[in-house]
Design a protein around this ligand. Sequence first.
Ligand SMILES: [Zn+2]
Length: 125
Amino acid sequence: MPPLVRRLHTRFARLSVAAILLATLCFSLFALSTLRVIPYPTLWFVLGVVFALVSFASPIIQVRSLAHLRSRARSANWHLCPHCGYNVQACATPRCPECGRDGDPERDARVWQAATDLTLRKSAD
Ligand SMILES: [Zn+2]
């Protein structure tokens, strides 16, 4: 999996977990505020709903981001740097001019295709 795609998955996984935890916290505080232990029940309820919506939206945005990345990679004939996403299609050497890392154009193309495949097939790597 290209490091760029791995970072994308990690970022959205962290966002989902944080949103779920914050929603749980806010709904717990809402429950306490309805018992008049703490103030602002409306605030805790609204924040809980917002964080719950973020946790639901996160996977949708993640799939859209992957689809966008796949579209970019496909338009570059699958020759994107796996580390920074720079289009290396026109480069004479396999070294990325943006981040300076070496790449193998054929292997990287296969990896990009597998990593951005939005079907539920299991990738080989
Ligand atoms: Zn690069």
